[in-house]
Design a protein around this ligand. Structure first.
Ligand SMILES: O=P(O)(O)O[C@H]1O[C@H](CO)[C@@H](O)[C@H]1O
Ligand SMILES: O=c1cc[nH]c(=O)[nH]1
Length: 235
């Protein structure tokens, strides 16, 4: 067991999908993974291991926000030997080109988090980016599946409810597609500890239009994103 994950050594695969929502982890395991078993219920942050196309894959909930996701990424890599992590999350669209349920792959992640400012002593604006091989594979998988996945930069925000919507407009002017709350930390920790990471998202709500999906839809219906992530992680 690590501090926050109740798995025994060997119970977590080298390949892990990371949704923020632990009940999305359960849905993914039950819907897609053959022979899935639950290895952790610590803090209700469920984790499962099973097989996708014969390859062992785990799914671990990571919670909301970079402090929580950082804990799970850190322990998965450093205490369980995880080599590849793909976040499968929901996001709010900043770009007016995006519609509800569109799938987005995050090539890089800007952030308002202070975590990397602390890491680099406020001297460097570190640029957290996706693993190029995973990103390329995900694009190939999406094309093969006929899914029009958008690839571009996103924002990883500390706050879900912002007092500065004007900054979201400015970021959209700079080509930032969407906002979520974990990718910058995931990319940074993967880089630091020599793992590979990618973030694939589904648009759950639109910041400009106010349209949104329900919490049940966010938990159980973002199948295109999950299928792209599963096909990508086993390559
Ligand atoms: O749906 P998940 O993966 O939790 O991701 C998004 O949803 C949560 C906010 O509702 C944040 O964690 C954000 O990043
Ligand atoms: O972090 C998130 C996730 C979904 N929608 C948002 O607006 N923000």
């Amino acid at each position: 067991m690590s501090t926050h994950i109740g798995a025994k050594p060997g119970e977590i695969a080298e390949r892990v999908l990371m949704p923020g929502d632990p009940l999305r982890a359960k849905w993914i395991a039950e819907t897609y993974l053959e022979g899935a078993t639950c290895y952790s219920t610590v803090r209700g942050m469920l984790g499962f291991t099973g097989r996708w196309n014969g390859v062992e894959v785990s799914v671990q909930g990571s919670g909301m926000g970079m402090p929580s996701a950082s804990i799970y990424a850190h322990e998965l890599i450093n205490e369980y030997g995880v080599k590849t992590l793909i976040r499968v999350g929901s996001c709010g669209a900043l770009s007016t080109d995006l519609q509800l349920r569109d799938v987005v792959a995050a090539i890089g992640s800007s952030t308002d988090s202070n975590m990397n400012r602390m890491r680099f002593d406020g001297l460097i604006d570190y640029a957290p980016v996706a693993d190029f091989g995973l990103l390329r594979t995900s694009v190939e998988v999406a094309e093969r599946r006929g899914i029009a996945m958008r690839v571009g930069p996103i924002l990883a925000a500390d706050a879900f409810y912002t007092d500065r919507p004007d900054l979201y407009d400015t970021l959209a002017d700079y080509g930032v597609l969407a906002v979520e709350m974990e990718s910058a930390a995931l990319y940074t920790i993967a880089a630091r500890f020599k793992a590979r990471a990618l973030t694939v998202l589904t648009v759950s709500d639109h910041i400009k239009t106010g349209e949104k999906t329900t919490s049940e839809e966010r938990e159980q219906t973002f199948s295109q994103m999950v299928e792209i992530a599963l096909d990508t992680i086993i390559v």
